[in-house]
Design a binder for this molecule. Structure first.
Ligand code: FES
Length: 131
């Protein structure tokens, strides 16, 4: 079995057997971030997948029913995301529970521009201060 995930706006479709996919140690296992790391898709993750930023924000266009329910910590963090929608999730926290079916997910423009706006450097500085 496998899931098919289409990433927008790149329009890149990957097919992944989640039961066979190795965990890449970023975000929850079988999360969108985990899939992205496994499939060479660039999804920002300034906090390393620890539910402490919003740079992994994704919007689910299809297949929401295949995902884990949103937990309170994800909902609280997501509230701070730019371009928030009713179908928004954090890529590092939303786990794909079904290993069969089709998902379509979009990386919002704000997150795509994050690095070019210098956001990564700002976060790296903030992360260092907390150490
Ligand atoms: S990578 Fe920071 S919340 Fe997902």
């Amino acid at each position: 079995m496998a899931v098919k995930i289409t990433w927008l706006p790149m329009n890149k479709t990957v097919e992944v057997d989640l039961d066979q996919m190795p965990y890449k140690e970023h975000g929850k296992p079988r999360s969108f971030l985990d899939v992205a790391k496994n499939c060479g898709i660039h999804l920002e993750h300034a906090c390393g997948g620890n539910c402490a930023c919003t740079t992994c924000h994704v919007v689910i266009k299809q297949g929401e029913g295949m995902l884990s329910e949103m937990q309170d910590d994800e909902a609280d963090r997501l509230d701070m995301a730019a371009d928030l929608t009713l179908h928004s999730r954090l890529g590092c926290q939303a786990v794909i529970e079904k290993n069969e079916g089709e998902l379509v997910v979009e990386i919002p423009a704000w997150n795509r521009n994050y690095v070019s706006e210098g956001g990564e450097n700002a976060m790296a500085g903030a992360a260092k201060k907390e150490e």
